[in-house]
Design a protein around this ligand. Structure first.
Ligand SMILES: [Zn+2]
Length: 304
């Protein structure tokens, strides 16, 4: 959470774990409490609240529904926050919120056609076409992480379906891919220094890749191929002028994931491949988007 101003400055950031809450009500109460503390510490009264949340969402009801990345099956966000804080609330998917941040405060300021992609625990995105933010009937028009990139469906996604981009190339997917490839090619296991149990992390795979580990090299080769498909699908579907990329996995490994990506995408894209670059807003791109939403800057996600 952050308190920010209309100059696009984040005055203070407060971090706490979603999973610390024992119920949706406790989770909302915590958010409201931090909001009140931020206002008090800075001697201001906020005009509105912008919320970016892991999806899937039901934006009309202002709820998170069945999210694989949240601790509760259903979390009502908008109504209780508005009631407790007595302020208008704007609510969007977290990757959409980050796209709003890029559009209003980042590299997308002069762009009518922009896609933001996050590669972190999962993969998500937000899309502007012809200057309009895409939302869809429930606010999930751009669940790009669940685009099918493997018709053989070798890995199962966090959402329960097979073959999705996120299942292979995200922070959670990469260790699964390593275990899958190790099983498929036992000769690679003899040489590798990677622990292949449930404790394996994406970071360990990237570190091993840089040391020349053969299994890690294989994993990254696959990750880059699936990323080429994902970014090509985005290029073909939305025809963006610019794609910016954020999320911890991308921000920590641009030398592996972003370098050379445009050439790999060109093998699959029919539309002209746009510039693809890391967001300049770093890990705060989502907070910057929430700030824009809280200030009422994005008419497609109004304060209500
Ligand atoms: Zn999925």
């Amino acid at each position: 959470m952050a308190l920010g101003n209309s100059e696009g400055e984040l005055l203070e950031i407060v971090v706490f774990g979603t999973w610390e809450a024992r119920s949706p009500e406790e989770y909302i109460a915590r958010i409201a409490q931090v909001a009140v503390e931020l206002e008090r510490r800075h001697g201001v009264e906020a005009v509105g609240v912008g919320v970016g949340s892991p999806g899937p969402l039901d934006i009309r009801r202002g709820e998170v529904v069945n999210s694989p990345n949240m601790p509760f099956k259903r979390i009502e966000i908008v109504r209780p926050l508005r009631e407790i804080l007595r302020k208008p609330v704007a609510f969007a998917n977290d990757a959409v919120t980050a796209a709003v941040g890029e559009k209003y405060w980042g590299l997308g300021r002069d762009k009518e056609n922009l896609v933001y992609v996050t590669i972190s625990t999962g993969i998500g995105g937000g899309v502007y076409v012809d200057g309009e933010l895409l939302l869809g009937k429930e606010g999930n028009a751009h669940e790009i992480g669940h685009m099918v990139v493997d018709v053989e469906g070798r890995l199962v996604c966090g959402c329960g379906k097979r073959g999705h981009w996120e299942a292979y190339s995200s922070g959670r997917g990469i260790p699964n891919l390593a275990r899958f490839l190790a099983e498929a090619e036992p000769s690679l296991v003899e040489e590798t220094c990677l622990p292949l149990g449930p404790e394996l992390t994406a970071k360990e795979v990237f570190d091993a890749f840089r040391r020349g580990d053969q299994l890690a090299r294989k994993v990254i080769e696959w990750v880059n191929r699936f990323n080429a498909c994902g970014f090509a699908n985005i290029t073909n579907a939305y025809d963006p002028e610019l794609i910016t990329v954020g999320g911890s996995v991308a921000l920590n490994n641009p030398d592996v994931l972003i370098e050379g990506l445009r050439d790999r995408v060109a093998e699959y894209a029919v539309n002209r491949v746009p510039e693809i670059t890391l967001t300049k807003l770093g890990p705060n791109v989502g907070l910057m988007g929430a700030l824009a939403l809280g200030l009422g800057l994005e008419k497609k996600v109004p304060l209500v």
